[in-house]
Write a protein that binds this ligand. Structure first.
Ligand code: MG
Length: 166
């Protein structure tokens, strides 16, 4: 009997992403538009948190990464709402027989301050995942000494539980 047959083993996933700030475009983080003079450049809407979340979900089921399904070379994803990427990753997670237990995240950016918006981001991400906000960790730090003040970085860890049938 293999190890995975003997135990119902949860699966961990990790995702990371970064995007550069560009003046005059909307800033979207976790599906929430934040008031700021610059947004995140990218082929889609540049939502760094949702991209890292998508990679974490895909990584947990060893199903490649966001570029596998949504190549930036495809004009179809230009300006796309990144929630779509999360929904597709969730569909694959469901197909693999798993549900999201909880996620944790850290944003690293010089500005704007995330704290005043953390609750809104937490709620939006929870809604997207179909889980309670208490299962969504949103943390933020400034990039001290890293020289990345013109970028936003996101780290996301996810824990998946196996769907149990009665
Ligand atoms: Mg990205």
């Amino acid at each position: 009997m293999s190890n995975s047959q003997a135990f119902r083993i949860p699966r961990i996933g990790f995702g990371w992403d970064s995007h550069e700030f560009k003046p005059g475009i909307p800033l979207k983080v976790g599906g929430v538009v934040l008031p700021h003079h610059s947004g995140l450049a990218g082929h889609s809407d540049g939502d760094v948190l949702l991209h890292a979340l998508t990679d974490a979900l895909l990584g947990a089921i060893a199903a490649g990464d966001i570029g596998t399904y949504f190549p930036p070379t495809d004009p179809k994803w230009k300006g796309a709402d990144s929630a779509m990427f999360v929904r597709e990753a969730l569909r694959l997670v469901d197909e693999a027989g798993y549900v999201v237990g909880n996620i944790d995240s850290t944003l690293i950016l010089a500005a704007p301050k995330i704290a005043p918006h953390a609750t809104a981001i937490q709620q939006k991400v929870a809604d997207l995942l179909g889980i309670e906000p208490s299962r969504v960790g949103i943390k933020a730090k400034t990039p001290e000494g890293m020289g990345t003040d013109n970028a936003a970085i996101a780290h996301v860890a996810v824990l998946l539980a196996e769907i149990s049938w009665p």
